[in-house]
Design a protein around this ligand. Structure first.
Ligand code: AHM
Ligand code: MG
Length: 286
């Protein structure tokens, strides 16, 4: 597992440089999600594939950008599911984006997820890793061109911020009411439209909630289970937080049928997640 984290530490500055220096991040004159953004997605995907293939303990890789599983080393131990550049639609406006990794031992699913990591390409380059049952750890990239450990993250029981994903027009009534009740209670809105910076903020502020609910336009949510929701679920739980679906079940108990399945998901500290369960009428689940 540590070898994989070391490899991700090597990947991080390479993609960071690509985002900052290569002329790939902007869509000009064309539609909002133009060719250049697509190029950046493809370039980061290729780089990660190339780097992960260098590790003999990697059995297979599955990328959000590709339809199929890519076998790597027959005797490898781990399947790595990754989203090479999450939030690529906000690269053009220079907001923070990230890469997300789920490390699975066996067929990818909630119970085989043994480790997770994400890189955040912001004003600073940072990385978070989690090992199941152990810890969630924060690293930052420094002058010596190395990642140094900042600390282990431990969330509080209650936060002050709310990051509500999706289109309000399509939210179901229970979700509208829940979000309104948080704002009525004094919560502040924090939402950029990139799950990596939005979840990073909840995690580092020690609490709050990020929600990507089921809705009329997206009954199964938008975020993909294997590349996005499950890795963050492990990261939140290992930091003392919670991560559930709309039925109140732990995301880490879910088993996606297909690699690209999406799942409604909620991440936060205990107070907000318990409030969500009550609002959704699933308080006894999970
Ligand atoms: P993408 O894979 O097209 O980049 O979409 C994923 C992103 C997440 O980073 C973010 O949480 C979500 O889409 C935002 O969606 P919305 O704008 O519907 O709230
Ligand atoms: Mg994504």
């Amino acid at each position: 597992m540590l070898t994989i984290f070391e490899k991700i530490k090597q990947i991080a500055p390479e993609i960071d440089k690509m985002i900052k220096e290569e002329d790939l991040g902007y869509s000009q004159n064309c539609n909002a999600t133009g060719d250049e953004q697509l190029k950046l997605d493809v370039a980061s995907d290729k780089l990660i594939e190339h780097r992960l293939k260098e590790l003999s303990l990697v059995k297979a890789i599955i990328s959000e950008e590709k339809e199929d599983v890519i076998p790597v080393h027959e005797n490898g131990k781990y399947t790595i599911c990754y989203d090479p550049l999450d939030g690529s639609s906000i690269v053009d406006v220079n907001l923070s984006v990230g890469s997300i990794f789920g490390i699975y031992e066996g067929e990818p699913s909630g119970d085989t997820l043994v480790g997770a990591a994400y890189i955040i390409y912001g004003p600073r380059l940072e990385m978070i890793t989690a090992v199941r049952g152990k810890h969630t750890r924060h690293y930052k990239y420094g002058n010596s061109e190395l990642f140094t450990e900042v600390c282990d993250i431990m969330m509080k029981d209650k936060g002050k911020i709310c990051a509500p994903g999706g289109t309000q027009k399509y939210w179901y009534p229970e979700h509208k009411e829940f979000i309104k009740s948080l704002f009525d209670e004094g919560y502040r809105l924090r939402y950029s439209g990139g799950m990596v910076p939005d979840l990073h903020q909840v995690l580092l502020k020690g609490g709050g909630i990020f929600a990507y609910p089921p809705a009329e336009d997206k009954p199964k949510g938008k975020l993909r289970a294997l590349f996005e929701a499950l890795p963050f679920a492990l990261i939140f739980e290992s930091a003392g937080g919670m991560a559930i679906d709309d039925k109140g079940e732990r995301l880490l108990d879910s088993s996606p049928k297909h690699h690209h399945d999406t799942i409604p998901c909620f991440f936060g500290s205990k107070y907000e997640i318990e409030r969500l369960k009550e609002a959704y009428g699933v308080a006894n689940n999970g």
